[in-house]
Design a protein around this ligand. Sequence first.
Ligand code: NAD
Length: 351
Amino acid sequence: MSSTIESLIEEWDGLGVVTSYHRETDTWIFVALHDATLGRPTGGCRLKSYGSPASALHDAMRLAEGMTFKWAAMGFEYGGGKSVLAVPGPIDGTARRALFRHFGKLLNRLDGAYGVGEDLGTTPEDMAFLATITSAVAGSGHGSHPVDPGPFTAAGVHAGIVASLSHAYGTGDLTGRSVLVQGVGDVGGPLAVLLARSGAGVLVSDVDADRASAVARECGGTVVDPRHVYDAECDVYAPCAVGATVSRRTIPELRCRIVAGSANNQLERPEDADLLVERGILYAPDYVINGGGAMAFGLMERGTRDSAEVTNEVRRRIAGSLDGIFREAEALSISPAVAAHRVAAKALGRT
Ligand code: NAD
């Protein structure tokens, strides 16, 4: 990553970035506000170690932009925003609380300009704690705990995988299909269980070997060494960990028919969507298939409270959106990524 913080900000088309440094935990904090055309910038908080503060800022910006398109593609009145807590290493206990206290106070000073939720590396417990400091936690108005988006996201990805199978094979039946879930945390864990219940053979991979084994045991799946994720044979590769795993380097190795998972920014570059088309691999655009958690929050804000009802609505909408996108991509001979972008751009009034 050769960009500097200055050059990233100069080149970005977003609204702006709020930056803070928490000395006690040596953590850089970036709140990236991309777009407010449809409403208040709202998106999750990622806690992760990065090679440099500039890499963390770059990630926050890309993620915030993804949120703009995600909300627009789903037809909800929120804008694109995302935050990153760039920690130097694992963080727990009182240090973690101190960091979230500092972050909460920062969000209070933003006075409602950004709505925060969970993302990679942050937990429902972090959000519950944050909600005691700031009202900026999205979904915290529905009980003592903020809504955990993971299970809703997992349900949406499951429905999206069924829709993708249906498009690729003519049937969405998961019986006997193999799905490789990369990253079995808050989303990948429940997704693996849902897939197994639907009759799929589940392959599980995670840099946390203990977590991978526990989830594999729970869903009767097989653990795949993270070094062999990309060349493992499967029907569906479901990236549910970090972004940019679909790239010039990995696409030639893939031995799957479909890429459909929860991770944000799965493609390293926009052109990678075309490389997937060339290889005959169907790609379910990330910000459409992974919108379940955000959608659940939006539905609850609109008054749907029953969790089963929200889940069914999430499944129905994600399956329907993907089906439309796949059809449009085929009809116009464009990639599903470009087709999804057209839907979001239209909602943002940018066509
Ligand atoms: P999480 O932190 O709960 O879980 C991530 C898992 O991935 C962990 O088990 C971690 O050990 C593993 N992991 C990290 N790097 C890895 C790597 N290189 N290879 C394999 N495993 C790796 O995160 P989550 O909330 O489950 O989110 C997963 C992805 O889905 C993220 O990209 C996130 O942005 C995206 N997402 C999450 C939600 C949500 O509702 N939580 C919604 C939309 C998108």
